[in-house]
Design a protein around this ligand. Structure first.
Ligand SMILES: Nc1nc2c(c(=O)[nH]1)N[C@H]1C(S)=C(S)[C@@H](COP(=O)(O)O)O[C@H]1N2
Ligand SMILES: [Mo]
Length: 242
């Protein structure tokens, strides 16, 4: 595969370009440094990694999140304009504003977050609405087998089976570390698929479509496992996070 979310040796078969791109990526996002105080105060140390096609770059961080975006940018959505669509094989298609999401039962969970490339952030407190509660509000039809998740970045997609989506550790997250989700982490709403590798946790999520079959997501059509259980997929042996 040519697109890699990691700077492992295989990600850079020709060597030097990655190093240069890393530098350019970090410099280009230097203006976001004004946010650094907030990141540090939440105990999160961040670096920026861009995984646009043909561009694989990562700067190692000391135990913090690494920021991924396959588009090379961070889409911003005014909170008042945000809608989460729930469509496809549901009894009642919905378009949920942030206020609508706030009316649904709120769930908190603290989970490790792990990327398939090996980094893990322990004990991240999230809150929001269980994916199951969103699905129950719309009413999943009996012939629905899967979810196709979309992002308003216009590029990233993900999938879950309905069975996976109904677990009690799959969260439509509106809050992280006790505050709103930062733009780079997927504001205003991202998925947290806690028992799975981070690529299942789609950022800037704006759509949930119930489908008859699993439609493989962005990284899955590029060779990563569709069922992404931590420690049991992608040939990895990490400690499960749940
Ligand atoms: N829209 C979107 N969601 C995404 C990604 C992305 O590139 N775009 N990367 C995924 C991957 S591989 C990981 S590990 C996590 C990283 O989350 P973070 O950027 O908040 O650290 O987001 C996931 N969700
Ligand atoms: Mo990842």
């Amino acid at each position: 595969m040519t697109d890699q979310m990691t700077e492992e040796p295989k990600a850079s078969p020709r060597g030097t370009p990655v190093g240069r791109r890393v530098v350019l990526g970090v410099v280009g996002l230097g203006a976001a440094g004004v946010l650094a105080g907030r990141w540090l105060s939440s105990g999160v140390s961040d670096v920026v990694a861009s995984t646009a096609p043909g561009l694989a770059s990562i700067v190692p961080a000391a135990g913090g999140f690494r920021i991924y975006t396959v588009t090379g940018g961070y889409p911003e959505m005014p909170p008042a304009d945000y809608r989460l669509g729930v469509s496809g094989l549901v009894n009642e298609p919905m378009s949920l504003s942030l206020d609508d999401l706030a009316q649904l039962p709120q769930t908190q969970m603290t989970k490790d977050f792990q990327c398939v490339t090996g980094w893990r952030v322990e004990d991240v407190p999230w809150s929001g609405v269980l994916l199951r509660d969103v699905l129950d509000a719309a009413g999943v039809e009996s012939d629905a087998e899967a979810l196709k998740l979309t992002s308003f970045d216009g590029a990233y997609t993900e999938s879950l089976t309905v069975e996976q989506a109904m677990r009690d550790d799959m969260l439509v997250a509106t809050s992280m570390y006790g505050g709103p989700i930062e733009v780079k982490h997927g504001a205003p709403v991202r998925l947290v698929a806690a028992p799975m590798y981070g690529y299942k946790s789609i950022k800037w999520m704006d759509g949930i479509e119930l489908t008859r079959t699993v439609i493989p997501g962005y990284w899955e059509v590029r060779g990563y496992d569709i069922d992404a259980w931590v420690g049991k997929s992608n040939g990895r042996t990490d400690e499960p996070v749940v």
